[in-house]
Design a protein around this ligand. Structure first.
Ligand code: SAJ
Length: 428
């Protein structure tokens, strides 16, 4: 199938890179977002999200006109839906954005079009939610138009490279839909393209992120065991991973972001009676910010009135995304415990953090601190010189929750250096 013009619904972390990549490869793209602020800023050449390499490509394709921005879908050969699928407080998937995106296509859907859902969704969403909405057009999926599911699998921070290089799975509601999806993504993907059915590809996406969540959960549980038995978890994981068939991920302050901490719930929701492991892993990871607080309390039993500096609020290193970030939960817990909290997030210096002070520089954050918590391994924090840091802060206690700093260096500079899950080298 030939694609001259595509319409991408949703211009967030996935939709915008995808739109710009298709546009750069010579396809005319209309990028659609319902958020007028996003549309206006893009129409003025301003990119609203930070992702390495994205800015340059978006500017190029906006300037040469291959990418156009709109608040409503237009007629096209193919439609890609890349809207968020958050979850409600009760951990049930909120498919309202997917539904509205599908509905917004209805007036412009034409005979022979291909529609692809990219948003992470519970199993059967393409078949049981999107298909019936699109068939309100009077056309039948598989006969009059084609429909597929192709999950995005790119890693924030490396989206532009992974969009092209990663293997791409495309699940059609029938064979013709999968084949058409293959033709579409071959325009931008250099990695392997695997064709299957829509429900398999929905499951594959959820399995990948759930596997990672369970792996991190076991690492986090190991960190608590290490704490109990006087072991350094970072050393222990490194040694265990020398085994040729073991690959334990890293413990940390918890699992954040909009994917790994959310997607496993879609499986639990869809089949609660057969997913106890997935459910428990989620619980373990959700409890990890509490383990950070407990560790800090062992060092400072009464946090009330204590001046604590937090380095990093993003959900992981070198991204500007704060969604579901464990660092934010830790900040809230510290405020609740009566601490005077100053937080510095270099990728997002303004953020509403009730009860805490957001700062705009490292110096301002630590200049009157009593303890420093490293919550995110941003490159700029990892590169901090302990001797230089000792000059600008009265704090002499640091707690590294991400294994970002060298114990020897900080101790030599006069700090009491503590690391999450490391009782072996602790003063506790
Ligand atoms: N984390 C740990 N320990 C680790 C690795 C990560 O605690 O060893 C934490 C991170 O700090 C972060 C969270 O887990 O808080 C998630 O980070 P991540 O880098 O594991 O993943 P995401 O959420 O940025 O992106 C994931 C990726 N999925 C997989 O690697 C299987 C990405 O490829 C997906 O496209 C993305 O989810 C998505 O959009 O679904």
């Amino acid at each position: 199938m030939d694609f001259k013009h595509i319409c991408v619904i949703g211009l967030g972390y996935i939709g915008l890179p995808t739109s710009s990549m298709f546009a750069r490869n010579g396809v005319q793209v209309t990028g659609v977002d319902t958020n007028e602020q996003v549309v206006t800023s893009l129409q003025h050449g301003k990119v609203h999200i930070f992702e390495p390499g994205l800015n340059e490509v978006v500017k190029e394709v906006l300037e040469n006109g291959t990418l156009q921005i709109s608040t409503t879908p237009v007629e096209a050969d193919a439609f890609i839906i890349a809207v968020p699928t958050p979850f409600y407080g009760n951990k049930k998937a909120d498919l309202s954005y997917v539904r509205s995106a599908a509905e917004s296509i209805l007036p412009v859907l034409r005979h022979g079009n291909l529609v692809v859902l990219e948003s992470t969704s519970p199993p059967l969403t393409t078949r049981d939610v999107v298909k019936p909405i699109l068939e309100r057009s009077g056309m039948v999926a598989g006969r009059d138009f084609l429909l597929a599911y192709s999950p995005e699998r790119v890693l924030p921070g490396q989206i532009m490279r992974e969009l092209v290089e990663n293997a791409r799975v495309i699940g059609g509601i029938d064979e013709a839909s999968a084949l058409a999806g293959g033709d579409l993504y071959r325009i931008i993907v250099k990695g392997e393209i695997v064709l299957t059915d829509s429900t398999t590809s929905e499951m594959v996406k959820l399995m990948e992120n759930t596997y990672r969540d369970v792996n991190i959960a076991i690492a986090n549980e190991f960190s608590r065991l290490a704490d109990r038995f006087g072991v350094d978890i970072w050393e222990a994981v490194k040694i265990a991973n020398l085994h040729p068939r073991v690959r334990i991920l890293n413990p940390g302050p918890g699992v954040g972001g909009h994917c790994i901490g959310v997607d496993p719930w879609f499986l639990v929701e869809a089949a609660p009676d057969i997913t106890p492991l997935i459910h428990t892993a989620r619980r373990v990871n959700d409890e990890q910010p509490g383990f950070v607080l407990e560790t800090l309390k062992q060092l400072i039993p009464d946090l009330s009135g204590k001046r604590i500096a937090l380095l990093g609020l993003a959900y992981k290193p070198d991204v500007d995304d704060l969604r579901e970030s464990p660092a934010i939960e830790i900040a809230h817990d510290l405020v609740k415990a009566g601490a005077i909290v100053k937080a510095y997030e270099p990728f997002r210096t303004t953020y509403p953090l009730p009860g805490a002070i957001m700062t705009t520089s490292l110096e301002e954050t630590i200049k009157d601190a009593e303890a420093i918590l490293l919550l995110v391994g941003h490159a700029q924090f990892k590169a901090l010189d302990p001797v230089e840091t000792a000059r600008i802060t009265p704090a002499r206690l640091v707690l590294d929750t991400v294994n970002g700093w060298s114990r020897e260096g900080w101790r030599a500079a006069g700090f009491t250096f503590e690391r999450l899950g490391d009782r072996k080298h602790s003063i506790r």
